[in-house]
Ligand binder design. Structure first.
Ligand SMILES: [Zn+2]
Length: 330
């Protein structure tokens, strides 16, 4: 089989959430392998070896964000050919299998809002149950105190972006750990990093808050159909991921620009309307005083000299975030 055929075979098994072949490959090479849930693979070195970094790699938390699934398939195919090259304890999570199968972002509720103990207000959704299963496996993976914990939750954005590749970094990731993460993001070709104080029920906030993980949500380029992604723009991210998996040094890159959250617009009524075209790109600059949105009788306006709009979406459920406004840190 050619490299491409091997990667395609791994991709097919990833999308099905079936890791049995990969598990066999690593088990034969002397690793301990667990398959705690469909779509979740845990590979770690034999217990006598020195503690290694623990890396949680999650993809497909949104079912239509397929490029990271393809990248991960290629990386796993590469590692399966040389299992000893894997130098971290790895938990791989393919998030929303049911949504991936249907090519949808989610089925009943946004999975990346469910990483809270009580999942309100979508407590009986398929996604809340999946989040429970993922959180169980995550707790298990991060339970031992040894080794540094990393979590990269890989996404692709729905809309165009001034910075094609950017990251949301929970503010809980601080100090030297934040610098390490920013260095990695630089190597991965990330143009901007937004320091986010609110969990919003996201997976990366869950691991930062509960396990002190060096974590982020990385938005790598645009949404496309599975198998139709042009992976060339992701080459830097793929190389940086491979370096992390194999314990090699990263190629230094331009540090991402830092942003802080200025305001979070929560949709309060069905009358919520954005004041600009629905297809406006992420990180579009808006001047002080400009109208961002109207929500019933309430006007939301830009307060700082310049704010940049992120993730505008008037179609979210009431009570959820309809846009994030950010400002440059420096
Ligand atoms: Zn996403």
């Amino acid at each position: 089989m050619s490299e491409r055929q091997k990667a395609n075979a791994v991709l097919a098994s990833l999308v099905r959430g079936d890791f049995s072949e990969l598990a066999d490959r690593f088990a034969q090479a002397g690793f301990t392998v667990h398959l705690p849930e469909p779509g979740i693979l845990h590979i770690h070195a034999a217990p006598e070896s020195v503690p290694r970094r623990r890396l949680l790699l999650s993809v497909g938390i949104h079912g239509d964000e397929t490029a990271p699934i393809e990248i991960t398939a290629q990386l796993l195919a590469q590692l399966a050919a040389d299992p000893q090259g894997l130098r971290v304890d790895l938990l791989l999570v393919v998030g929303n299998l049911a949504a991936i199968e249907q090519g949808k972002r989610y089925l009943e509720a946004d999975l990346n809002r469910q990483f809270e103990p009580d999942h309100l207000p979508a407590a009986d959704s398929a996604e809340a149950r999946r989040a429970d299963a993922i959180m169980r496996a995550t707790r298990q993976f991060f339970s031992s105190p040894e080794g540094q914990r990393w979590h990269l939750d890989l996404h692709t954005a729905i809309r165009s972006s001034f910075y094609p590749s950017f990251a949301i970094v929970p503010v809980q990731v601080e100090g030297a750990a934040r610098q390490q993460l920013l260095d990695w993001l630089a190597a991965a070709g990330t143009g901007a990093a937004v320091l986010s104080p609110n969990s919003s029920g996201t997976y990366s906030a869950y691991t930062a808050i509960n396990f002190n993980a060096v974590s982020c949500t990385a938005e790598l380029g645009r949404v496309a159909q599975l198998g139709e992604n042009d992976l060339a723009p992701f080459a830097a991210a793929q190389a940086a991921l491979l370096a992390l998996l194999t314990g090699s040094s990263i190629v230094p890159g331009t540090p991402p620009l830092l942003f802080a959250v200025a305001q979070e617009l929560v949709k309060r009524s069905e009358g919520f309307k954005l004041a600009f075209a629905g297809n406006v790109g992420n990180f579009t600059a808006m001047p002080q005083g400009a109208l961002i949105a109207q929500d019933g009788a309430q006007d939301h306006r830009v307060a700082a000299v310049t704010e940049y709009v992120l993730f505008p979406n008037a179609g979210v459920a009431i009570g959820q975030r309809a846009a994030l406004m950010v400002v440059r840190c420096t």
